[in-house]
Design a protein around this ligand. Structure first.
Ligand code: FPP
Length: 237
């Protein structure tokens, strides 16, 4: 495979339908989804991927039934309580992107501790998008630039990049959306300008190492042109 994946981003869709198909409450789908997330992070590392960003809770997800929102946050907390130790042992560095201000102070504290504890790990960077929306991120970045006293005429792609939540990572090379829908849902809007996008019909809880291998194989067949012509690309070789 010629193309290297430095950064893999995933929209983990299909938990609700997975649960419904089994006559289970939606939260059981999210529980199964969090197990899948763990397995996929492990496999991503085996594939030599450096960064993986998972869309765990969007800024629009607050509009879901209160019981589901509470259940998701409970699950995220228990993910931190029960999984972070092992992730830390495996030298996973954890980051959060999104507006964490709206999260409970208890979760914010847990997040801060987790990020601090795993700061020096260097096996793989796992980034969880929490209360994340791409448009909101861009607005917050512009506000930060204003706070830093950067005048509008000094605005460049680079300065905006530096003020985004994702400033520490390269743009995603591959974005996977599971669950059959073909949309971006306000995810990493700025960062996916040249990202290859792979849609899978598999519901997230069923997405496994083999499914990731297939996506990676597809990625390997893509000709990444970044706005150039095919002839220009081949002349460069
Ligand atoms: C979309 O499926 C999924 C979510 C809104 C939440 C994703 C959260 C997890 C997988 C669990 C927590 C993750 C970690 C990493 C701890 P959906 O509910 O929209 O599914 P549907 O389209 O079938 O209804």
């Amino acid at each position: 495979m010629q193309n290297k994946i430095h950064h893999l981003a995933i929209i983990m869709d299909g938990n609700g339908r997975w649960a419904k198909a089994r006559g289970l409450p939606r939260i059981k789908g999210h529980e199964a989804g969090s197990k899948t997330a763990k397995n996929i992070v492990k496999h991503a590392r085996q594939l030599d991927i450096s960064y993986i960003t998972l869309y765990a809770f969007s800024s629009e997800n607050w509009n879901r039934p209160e019981k589901e929102v509470q259940g998701l946050f409970h699950l995220l907390e228990s993910f931190i309580d029960t999984q972070v130790g092992q992730l830390h042992e495996n030298k996973v560095r954890i980051h959060i992107i999104g507006d964490t201000q709206r999260l409970s102070s208890r979760l914010q504290t847990k997040i801060e501790k987790t990020v601090e504890m795993t700061r020096d790990n260097n096996n793989i960077d796992l980034c969880l998008a929490l209360n994340y929306g791409g448009r909101d991120e861009i607005i917050r970045a512009i506000k930060r630039m204003n706070q830093d006293g950067i005048p509008v005429d000094k605005l460049s792609e680079e300065t905006l990049n530096q003020h985004l939540d994702t400033s520490f990572m390269p743009d995603p090379d591959l974005l996977i959306r599971t669950g059959g829908e073909k949309r971006i849902s306000n995810y990493l809007l700025w960062q996916i300008a040249y990202t290859e996008i792979y849609f899978s019909d598999i519901l997230w809880p069923d997405f496994d190492a083999k499914a990731l291998d297939q996506a990676v194989e597809w990625f390997g067949t893509r000709e990444r042109r970044f706005g150039l012509t095919s002839e220009q690309i081949h002349k460069k070789d």
